[in-house]
Design a protein around this ligand. Structure first.
Ligand code: ZN
Length: 300
């Protein structure tokens, strides 16, 4: 902590709501003037809300429990890994709840359909479903559409980028696990030797489409971002079909269109390019989150 004010030591108690009126006012006055302490307070609030989520089923906390929580928060704070973990865990109750159940449900359905289908089509079904499910999840990750707690989170200058990255890790990681589980699931009908190929078929497209949906959701809103991601993904299916000649051969005058579609389908198979573009998009998302920090700073 770079702030040397005595008041900074009261931030955990301030976040826990256990200060007297006089001290509370003093801390609030200092917070208005001190960006370091505002950032610090955001961390303590996040810890408090994570703890509250864990303890929701329990009776109201006793003073002993509060002491224990503050002591464990103090330990977490001293350890950067524990601090990062607390930040990640705190995102789980804040992310829109339907992300977890809807993503798992769609992937489970995809897996069942893939197994019933059998043969080479079963891998394609998982490869078509995983990127779309992840993109929808990431479009719902961040922003005023999705986050009742965002106003509070934006009260500090360093916060939005940390929140964005923490949620990204949690939701992308979740979709990664779902995709891997579905890929293992289709081994019921696909030779085990093809597992790596099945995974490679969705991993890069999922990463790129998710990053794109995240950036779009921050610019044009969640619903529009999901629509655009869906259209791009369906167009890829169509273009891949053309390439393989299953959609029917177009007239010669349409050769340019076909060439463009084939190039488009090829893009979705370029693993390195997709990961590179995803990295660029992620940087853009972080920059956009930073921009909302500045807007908030101007409003205050
Ligand atoms: Zn301070």
């Amino acid at each position: 902590m770079s702030c040397r004010s005595k008041l900074a030591e009261l931030l955990p108690l301030y976040a826990a709501g256990s200060l007297g009126a006089e001290e509370r006012q003093a801390v609030a006055g200092h917070l208005a003037a001190c960006a370091d302490c505002r950032a610090e307070l955001a961390f303590w609030r996040e810890v408090a809300s994570a703890v509250a989520a864990e303890d929701r089923a329990l009776p109201p906390p006793s003073p002993v429990l509060v002491d224990r929580v503050l002591a464990s928060a103090q330990r977490r704070r001293a350890n950067p890994f524990a601090r990062a973990w607390a930040l990640l865990a705190a995102q789980v109750p804040l992310v829109r709840r339907e992300i977890w159940s809807a993503s798992a449900l769609v992937m489970a359905l995809g897996c069942v359909v893939a197994i019933l289908q059998g043969g080479s089509a079963s891998a394609s079904i998982i490869q078509a479903a995983a990127p779309l499910v992840a993109a929808a999840g990431l479009a719902m990750l961040y922003g005023p559409d999705n986050d009742p707690g965002l106003e509070l989170a934006l009260a500090t200058p360093t916060w939005p980028r940390q929140v964005l990255l923490a949620r990204l890790v949690v939701v992308y990681g979740y979709n990664l696990v779902l995709g891997l589980a579905a890929s293992v699931g289709v081994l019921a009908v696909v030779p085990p030797g093809l597992l790596g190929q099945v995974i490679l078929g969705w991993l890069a497209p999922m990463t790129f489409l998710s990053a794109l949906a995240l950036v779009l959701s921050m610019v044009i809103g969640t619903g529009n971002a999901i629509t655009v991601a869906l259209m791009l993904w369906l167009a890829r299916g169509l273009a891949s079909g053309l390439r393989m000649g299953t959609v029917g051969a177009p007239a010669a005058s349409e050769a340019a269109v076909v060439a463009a579609l084939q190039a488009y389908a090829g893009l979705w198979r370029s693993t390195g390019l997709l990961f590179g573009l995803a990295a660029v998009l992620l940087a853009a998302a972080v920059a956009l989150a930073g921009q909302s920090e500045r807007l908030v700073a101007q409003k205050v």
